[in-house]
Design a protein around this ligand. Structure first.
Ligand code: AMP
Length: 191
């Protein structure tokens, strides 16, 4: 199996690059943000709970997020591997993912982190908000809060993987294809 954590602040391009990586490597893409939005659209209990946090730009509580991610992962028993996009976002989530994958005799192989300057992130998210209809992409105050939450609670997850020599920062500014090439270069060393 090849399990990749695609990391980076909101607006770094994780979704775009995941789509390309899935095509090239045949991995299953699990985006916790997408799964929450699917649940919100379908008005599930989980969706109602998640919406309360997402609309403010806060993190959904760890327990709920971890349980959801685990049950999603179980749906793909024959997967060649996973791209975890938007997960883990806290140390507790990173630890839970390790435990869960270890139980399945597998592990996170690498964390690829897309680095993008804050002003560029805000610009990208406001632009995306015009088309996506995402409330959390349309309001600059919420966007800045999401970036703050990333800096305060999520960025530390990089050091968690760095300690295991699994952390690979990538310049997330440039063309989609240049960034993709850099990601592939790292992955091909593991594949
Ligand atoms: P994203 O699509 O990854 O930008 O996620 C959108 C929103 O979903 C985030 O701002 C959080 O409110 C929530 N969310 C997504 N993934 C997680 C996670 N791993 N932990 C907690 N909240 C999350």
């Amino acid at each position: 199996m090849l399990n990749i954590v695609l990391f980076g602040p909101p607006g770094a391009g994780k979704g775009t690059q995941s789509g390309k990586l899935v095509k090239k490597y045949g991995l299953v893409h699990l985006s916790t943000g997408d799964i929450f939005r699917y649940n919100i659209k379908n008005e599930t209990k989980l969706g109602t709970l998640a919406k309360f946090y997402i609309d403010k730009g806060e993190l959904v509580p760890d327990k709920v997020t971890i349980e959801m991610l685990q049950s999603e992962t179980q749906k793909y028993r024959d997967a060649k591997g996973f791209i975890f996009d938007g997960f883990p976002r806290t140390i507790a989530q990173a630890e839970a993912l390790d435990t869960f994958l270890n139980e399945k005799n597998t592990q996170v192989d690498l964390m690829l982190s897309l680095d993008v300057a804050e002003n560029e992130l805000v610009k990208r998210l406001l632009l995306r908000g015009k088309d996506s209809g995402r409330a959390d992409d349309s309001n600059e105050e919420i966007i800045r809060n999401r970036i703050q939450v990333y800096n305060d609670q999520t960025a530390v997850a990089a050091s968690y993987y760095d300690k295991q020599n699994k952390y690979f920062p990538i310049n997330g500014e440039g063309t989609i294809d240049t960034i993709f090439d850099q990601l592939c270069k790292v992955i091909d060393r593991f594949n």
